[in-house]
Design a protein. Structure first.
Length: 342
């Protein structure tokens, strides 16, 4: 019987998943990263059916008729809508594994630090109902450290700041475990919302979610940028209700992002305050890793380095750091068995 199970395991398509608030990424041993799409689902509310998932569904945000609803089932790094999340995971798994399945895939999924048992159970149940045979969970900062090739098993302090869509997490990792950690539900989505609030308060103009994100990507910065362009931004005049275009500069958006960036910096400082002295000395020598999409904000690494006096470096491909680490854990479970949290 065991021999038969091993044969079936050979034909399985084990999957590593970064189930993020903003984007979901999937990795398989055979094909590497096979899915990298927004965590968005479009639903026909009259027929109660899913009509689009991922990149196609994101185009629907703010542009749907009354019978169609575009939703983001993940909020602050955890499941906000169980049924829609299950549909989304099923869609992505089916996209990865087409045709006849001889055996259900085993999945390794990364989750935010400090999620509750109820939230863990929601992730496990969603993946199980989507067709997974077994699910193992890994904390995102640990996955980021492994994905960036930090020596997580050594008796050294490794500091990681992972800025995703829903959460920013700071962790000090040593000997395969987390020594100190701070998680705040302020990240890429909060930055987008801050841009929307600023445009509303200063220019009396409403911006859609996708437009705010594009403005943040083009103009967003943590420190002044030389030769930064201005941008014509279109939205809705909140006074007249008519279309409106305003000229926005990098300075405007830097001011808009001041509060969320300060909150993330405060989390870094609080984590350093809780870190034992020996590990603090390691961090001072080796610096801090930044990963996640939020780390791509221009000058953010310089801002944190200036305020903390640490060496700060951004991973070579911060959008996939967490998934690369999750994939490595999946491929070498024996070496990384201590990082599983369920």
């Amino acid at each position: 019987m065991k021999f038969f199970q091993r044969i079936l395991r050979f034909f399985s398509h084990d999957i590593a998943m970064d189930l993020g608030t903003a984007n979901t990424l999937l990795f398989t041993k055979t094909h590497g990263i096979v899915v990298n799409e927004p965590s968005v689902v479009a639903i026909d509310t009259e027929k109660d059916t899913v009509i689009a998932v991922g990149a196609n569904a994101k185009q629907f945000l703010g542009r749907t008729p009354r019978r169609i609803k575009a939703v983001r089932p993940m909020k602050d790094g955890v499941i906000a809508d169980f049924d829609v999340t299950r549909e989304m995971i099923s869609y992505f798994v089916d996209k990865v594994i087409s045709g006849l399945r001889l055996v259900k895939p085993a999945m390794v999924i990364c989750v935010p630090t400090g999620i509750t048992q109820v939230e863990k159970r929601a992730v496990i149940d969603s993946a199980t109902l989507a067709g997974a045979a077994s699910i193992a969970l890994v904390e995102e900062p640990m996955a980021a450290a492994i994905g960036a090739d930090l020596p997580v098993h050594d008796p050294l302090g490794n500091m990681v700041l992972d800025i995703g869509g829903g959460t920013s997490e700071v962790a000090v990792i040593t000997l395969g475990g987390v020594a100190s950690v701070q998680s705040v539900r302020v990240a890429g989505d909060a930055m987008n919302a801050a841009v929307q609030r600023y445009m509303r308060d200063v220019f009396r103009m409403a911006l859609g979610e996708n437009t705010a994100e594009n403005v943040k990507i083009i103009l967003g910065s943590a420190v002044p940028q030389p030769n930064s362009p201005a941008l014509e931004v279109s939205g809705k005049d909140l006074v007249l209700g008519t279309p409106k275009v305003v000229r926005v500069t990098e300075g405007h958006i830097r001011e808009a992002l001041r509060d969320p960036l300060q909150t993330i910096l405060d989390a870094v400082i609080h984590t350093l305050e809780k870190t034992p002295p020996e590990l603090s000395a390691d961090i001072f020598r080796n610096g801090m890793l930044m990963a996640g999409g939020g780390s791509l904000l221009k000058g953010f690494d310089q801002f944190i380095a200036r305020e903390t006096q640490l060496k700060v470096f951004v991973d070579k491909n911060p959008l996939t750091t967490v998934l690369r680490g999750t994939a490595r854990v999946m491929l070498d479970r024996e070496t990384y068995h201590s990082v599983f949290i369920n």
